[in-house]
Design a protein around this ligand. Structure first.
Ligand SMILES: NC(=O)c1ccc[n+]([C@@H]2O[C@H](COP(=O)([O-])OP(=O)(O)OC[C@H]3O[C@@H](n4cnc5c(N)ncnc54)[C@H](O)[C@@H]3O)[C@@H](O)[C@H]2O)c1
Length: 255
């Protein structure tokens, strides 16, 4: 997909990757509706790129339905929906259920709600493009966070399923799966040193995303080494798990 003239919605557009996508897409000539739950920051970005802002919580289905209706009204149609908003929660099996539910609502159900709202019009028109910001954690794992690893795997699984089910009816799907990106989230996650060292800025991630959308590739991997790790995991899962155990231990020793 080429972005010039396209009607695009981006969630989580007030900062980080979403903001960088908004800036890059706007400079490529896309017409944008932005969404975030942070009104103040969202309005700043919307003003900057000449877009409309819809303040919404993507974990609430009625908010997502209203966002899709408002954007379709403002733009005439939605060509590309970037389901980008997501959160990080550090934790393990002991993380309280309420936290598991919260991250599941934001990192998984937001994509389901968006697809539910978008698909009727897309199937009728015979086209539409869904971009989910997932993570390398959805292909590999996340040392230090079971909730993040699990919800990002689920988001990837849902995206694959969408493509399998509706791909031959004109619905295209991509998953953006970066490792570390220098945003507020990476600071919050106080990422392990190897992620911080390899971290990209959000602008480079936006550039790679535009390339991936142009090629209509399902997996968009701003960090090329992720493809190599996925290959190793598939070839020998036991060896991959032993390697991950060693890495976890090393990171724990580093403190
Ligand atoms: N930063 C990284 O290292 C990294 C790596 C891989 C994937 N990701 C993914 O990229 C996406 C964007 O993250 P980021 O790094 O730009 O983080 P960020 O915290 O800078 O931006 C996330 C934005 O989403 C908004 N948001 C969060 N929950 C929301 C909700 N329920 N409703 C509406 N808006 C909401 C926030 O207000 C914020 O503006 C996330 O899905 C994240 O999991 C980030």
């Amino acid at each position: 997909m080429e972005l010039a003239g396209k009607a695009v919605v981006i969630t989580g557009a007030a900062s980080g990757i979403g903001r960088a996508l908004a800036r890059r897409f706007a400079s490529d000539g896309a017409r944008l509706v932005l969404c975030d739950r942070d009104r103040e920051k969202g309005e700043g970005v919307a003003r900057e790129v000449g877009a409309e802002l819809v303040v919404a919580d993507v974990a609430v289905e009625s908010d997502v339905r209203a966002l899709v209706a408002r954007a379709a009204g403002a733009l005439g149609r939605i060509d590309l929906f970037c389901s980008n908003a997501g959160i990080f929660v550090a934790g393990s099996e002991t993380t309280p259920d309420a936290e598991w539910r919260r991250i599941h609502e934001v990192n998984v159900m937001s994509h389901v709600y968006a697809a539910r709202a978008l698909l009727p019009a897309w199937l009728e028109r015979g086209e539409g493009y869904f971009l989910a910001t997932v993570s390398a954690a959805g292909l590999l794992s996340q040392i230090g966070s079971a909730p993040y690893a699990v919800t990002k795997h689920a988001a990837l699984a849902f995206s694959e399923w969408l493509s399998i089910t509706y791909g031959d009816r004109g619905v295209r799907v991509s998953c953006l799966c970066p490792e570390g990106v220098r945003t507020a989230m990476l600071n919050e996650a106080s990422g392990p040193s190897f992620l911080l060292e390899g971290a990209l800025d959000a602008e480079s991630v936006a550039d790679v995303t535009v390339e991936g959308l142009r090629a209509e590739r399902f997996l968009i991997l701003p960090h090329p080494r992720v493809a190599e790790f996925v290959k190793r995991k598939a070839e020998d899962p036991d060896r991959w798990l032993r390697g991950m155990q060693r890495l976890r231990k090393k990171l724990e020793e580093e403190g």
